[in-house]
Design a protein around this ligand. Structure first.
Ligand code: NAP
Ligand code: MG
Length: 491
């Protein structure tokens, strides 16, 4: 069906089989074993990808290291390749979006905007290279550096391991690969097992744009089986990981002195005060909770609403939620597709069951059909797991609070610290509350949205280490290199 697919896969029993990319060769594979990629909307096997083993990881990392040492990847060429890749991706926009839908079950409208964001991200390299400039520091202002000056510059680290999650299978991986390569690193990328195809195709597009063989390698397979080998490999200098807090912390424990950039779980609170514009707020909260079936680290994951407006808000949420229903993900009018797999759906079932057992009242409750999980809004108390755990599904729990102080306390009691948002028309309150919240980003009068990273984002507390975004990602993937020059007095 899809032309890019034919370039990097071969049919066996009518199922496309994809390959690993190691050292410029799409066929290297030690184990001979494959895993299925399943369309969550139909349950069909859409493709199979290699189950890489430790030897494949070893081959990929050593090849990436060897290429890094040869330093043949010219900086100007790197920019040109990214811009060319952006044009090529535009030509394959529809095919890429359909691939995302097939492997993730998200609606085509969201998949198309994911491809758009990736095209834009590639273009933004022109802005990003500006931070690769260094600094000149005169020494004469301090006694012990008199007669000297220093140049401080940024240089690449070496081999970067980029590990991606399932929820934005193209964009999140691409947003790691682009700055890593631009800064002059080489990359070994490991896509999520549920959704490996769009990232494989993205790397194919980089190849078509002229990326030198050896600068990027793709390994697919179980993170559990090969993750430890990858993140502990002595030649890997940095790990750029987006995924769950549990896996992120596991990596952090193993990684030792490697550079860590970890984008982990979130539990965004929306603090809604009595002076908020309730109708607009309700529409935004539904989008924040239900877009991409809530499978977003920046999803609105709890509403803390001032008692006085709680009933009005709940009624407005009930009305707004009618716009969100599940349907055929390939239909451009469908607002919601599926959740990623049965494990995820069962976890959501358990969260709802727990809430029921703790006396939650449901506003909108419908049964799921397979992985098509409709939106749920419910009023809960702080005994419920939904008050504290990351949800990653289309469930919006609402908690009543007495006042501003209680809202801030509850928001900050979370072990996560990625995003939060504040809804009020009182400018003093807006800034006062924003100052007190512990998260990496606080949005006033809208919902958190990481977008292409023009504004940097990243987590505090158990939400991660480092910041993603134009300019900021480059910082995470380079190291400072200081050259000190001592000037001799004239004889
Ligand atoms: P996940 O289960 O943690 O998996 C993420 C990636 O890590 C996958 O490629 C996975 O491979 C791999 N992995 C698993 N075990 C590993 C190990 N021991 N060592 C190395 N890699 C390993 O996360 P997910 O379910 O795909 O994604 C959802 C999570 O991502 C949520 O918690 C969400 O909040 C977070 N997220 C955060 C951000 C942010 O910006 N902060 C953005 C998006 C998503 P397999 O697929 O083979 O298991
Ligand atoms: Mg799948």
């Amino acid at each position: 069906m899809l032309s890019l697919w034919n370039e990097v896969s071969q049919k066996q029993n009518d199922i496309p089989h994809f390959h690993l990319l190691i050292d410029g060769c799409w066929k290297c594979l030690s184990s001979g074993e494959y895993q299925d990629v399943i369309n969550p909307a139909t349950g069909e096997v859409v493709a199979r990808v290699p189950l890489a083993n430790q030897q494949d990881v070893e081959n990929a990392v050593t090849a990436a290291h060897r290429f890094f040492q040869t330093l043949v990847f010219d900086p100007l060429e790197r920019i040109e390749i990214m811009l060319r890749a952006s044009d090529i991706l535009k030509n394959y926009q529809e095919e890429m979006a359909k691939t995302i839908v097939l492997e993730s079950g998200k609606p085509i409208s969201i998949a198309l905007s994911e491809v758009d964001a990736t095209i834009e991200r590639l273009h933004l390299v022109l802005e990003e290279v500006r931070v690769l400039y260094g600094e000149y520091l005169p020494g004469e202002w301090v006694k012990d550096t008199r007669g000297k000056f220093a140049i401080v510059k940024r240089r690449p680290l070496g081999v970067v391991a980029a590990i991606a999650p399932f929820n934005y299978p193209l964009f999140i991986g691409a947003a790691k690969i682009i700055p890593a390569l631009l800064a002059g690193n080489t990359v070994v990328v490991k896509p999520a097992s549920d959704t490996p195809l769009s990232l494989i195709l993205f790397v194919r597009i980089l190849e078509k744009a002229g990326i030198p063989a050896g600068s990027i390698h793709v390994i697919t397979g179980s993170g559990k089986e090969i993750g430890d080998t990858l993140v502990t490999h002595s030649l890997v200098r940095a790990i750029s990981f987006t995924g769950s807090t549990a896996v992120g912390e596991h990596i952090a424990r193993l990684a030792g002195m490697k550079r860590l950039h970890l984008e982990l779980g979130g539990k965004a609170a929306a603090l809604v005060f009595k002076d908020a514009d309730i109708r607009t707020t309700a529409a935004l909260l539904c989008k924040g909770a239900f877009r991409n079936s809530g499978q977003r680290c920046d999803a609105v994951s709890r509403v803390l609403v001032e008692e006085k407006v709680a009933d009005t808000l709940l009624e407005a949420l009930r009305e707004e939620s009618q716009h969100y229903f599940c349907g055929d993900p390939m239909d451009p009018k469908t607002p919601m597709g599926t959740v990623i797999n049965e494990g995820a759906a069962k976890r959501l079932d358990a969260l709802l069951e727990d809430a029921k057992n703790h006396g939650a009242s449901f506003l909108a409750e419908k049964k799921r059909t397979g992985l098509f999980y409709p939106p749920h809004i419910l009023e809960i108390n702080t005994e419920c797991r939904l008050a504290w755990e990351e949800i990653f599904g289309p469930i919006l729990p609402v908690i009543r609070v007495k006042n501003e102080k209680e809202a801030i306390e509850l928001a900050n009691q979370s072990e996560y610290g990625l995003d939060s948002c504040v809804f009020t028309q009182d400018i003093d309150r807006a800034f006062r509350v924003a100052e007190k919240l512990h998260d990496g980003s606080i949005t006033i009068n809208s919902i958190p949205a990481h977008g292409v990273g023009h504004f940097p984002f990243g987590g505090n507390k158990r939400s991660g280490i480092g910041r993603e975004g134009i300019k900021y990602s480059i910082d995470e993937l380079t190291e400072l290199h200081t050259i000190i020059v001592s000037l001799k007095e004239e004889k």
